[in-house]
Design a protein around this ligand. Structure first.
Ligand SMILES: [Zn+2]
Length: 380
């Protein structure tokens, strides 16, 4: 789910949409303009149905975004970091790299989304009922449709199985009752697998028995649920091992640094005889500033390389990852190596650069963990 286009940064959280969203928006607009609206409010020009259909589909995706933003804002309020929100074929995802510290936080983050959808659904339906009779029927029908789709969205997301919100809620409750986070994770993931099979079977029955193409949709969702739940189950034991590893234990200490005050040209001359592609950048007085890659330096036009300093082009926090030696490995999994500036995490202790963690360090640790060995800090 990589190819996304940016939709802005509400509340500072990057939001993107996968191209598949455009397809679903077109399908929803077509559903509204092509059948729902003409049946419920007949006798209007086609253009009116399409205007209402497109508006309804855009507002629907906005309410999907409100659902995800609710997860994100509650997570941030509770001290978790939020990477980004992506809207895609089957709804939205909010990427929260860390794990909730306690069942209460896990519950609050999970329940925020469905709660927002329930409130949005109630608000749309309430508005549709309370609008004066002079408002055109096509507007009332669109609002009613928005109300019901948000309610359905809330109820669907509350189904108790990972990766749905209801699965996260189940996980938080089992965690609270048993005091065992991993067991709770396994219970919710198993429930997710069962749910996936049930939904896919219901979809197959709908497709084969009733010949309804909507069944195909259910089969897809069921398959996706089962697949995600299985991945979550498989990751369980490994995650337990990884959660105990601190970045200070696997970092490369005393890394080769790029002097921020050097010009790009001067540093490139130096880097030509070094084996690395990415460097931590430090200031003249030794403070860590950010991360620079040869690729980033290559984007500086040739004629500017003698006048541009390395510190002017390096990726700085929050674009680059800054962690402490105590940060667990699980906090950077999936974040490191993804984007320019995040191809290296800076390990900073008391304002001083203690080391760096590269995707290679993380991969090495994971591979050693699979082999049953514990990673130690590489000697250099
Ligand atoms: Zn949700």
């Amino acid at each position: 789910m990589r190819a996304t286009f940016p939709l802005g940064r509400p509340a500072g959280i990057p939001v993107g949409a996968h191209w598949s969203v455009l397809m679903i928006m077109a399908l929803l607009a077509d559903l509204l303009a092509g059948s729902l609206l003409p049946e419920a409010a007949p006798g209007l020009p086609t253009a009116v149905y399409w205007a209402a259909g497109v508006a309804g589909s855009v507002v629907f995706f906005s309410s999907l975004l409100v659902h995800e933003l609710s997860h994100a804002l509650v997570a941030r309020h509770r001290g978790l970091s939020v990477d980004r929100i992506t809207l895609w074929l089957l709804g939205g995802t909010t990427e929260i790299p860390g794990e909730p510290p306690n069942p209460g936080t896990a519950f609050a983050v999970a329940v925020a989304g469905p709660l927002a959808s329930l409130l949005a659904g109630a608000a749309f339906l309430g508005t549709a009922v309370l609008l004066p009779a002079s408002v055109p029927a096509v507007v009332v029908v669109t609002l009613t449709w928005l109300g019901w789709t948000n309610l359905v969205l809330a109820v669907f997301n509350l189904l108790p199985g990972t990766p749905l919100d209801g699965g996260r809620i189940l996980q938080a409750v089992v965690w609270k009752l048993t005091g065992d986070r991993r067991r709770a994770q396994a219970v919710a993931a198993r429930a997710g697998r069962v749910l996936g099979v049930v939904l896919a079977s219901a979809g197959l029955v709908e497709l084969l028995w009733f010949g309804s193409l909507a069944g195909l949709w259910l089969v897809g969702i069921g398959w996706f649920l089962g697949f995600s739940a299985r991945a979550e189950l498989a990751a369980g034991p490994a995650r337990e091992v990884l959660a105990r590893i601190r970045l200070g234990e696997i970092m490369t200490a005393d890394p080769v640094t790029a002097p921020g005050w050097f010009t790009v040209r001067a540093f490139v001359d130096q880097a030509a005889s070094l084996p690395f592609r990415t460097y931590p950048v430090v200031s003249f007085d030794g403070r860590p500033l950010g991360v620079v890659s040869l690729a980033a330096l290559a984007r500086v036009p040739e004629e500017a390389r003698t006048s541009t300093r390395v510190e002017d082009v390096c990726a700085r926090p929050p674009a680059c990852l800054v962690v402490s030696p105590e940060t667990p490995l699980t906090a950077v999994l999936g974040r490191i190596g993804g984007r320019p500036g995040q191809d290296l995490a800076l390990v900073v202790a008391n304002g001083v650069l203690a080391g760096v963690v590269s995707p290679g360090d993380v991969a090495r640790t994971l591979e050693l963990a699979v082999l049953g060995a514990e990673a130690r800090r590489p000697a250099r």
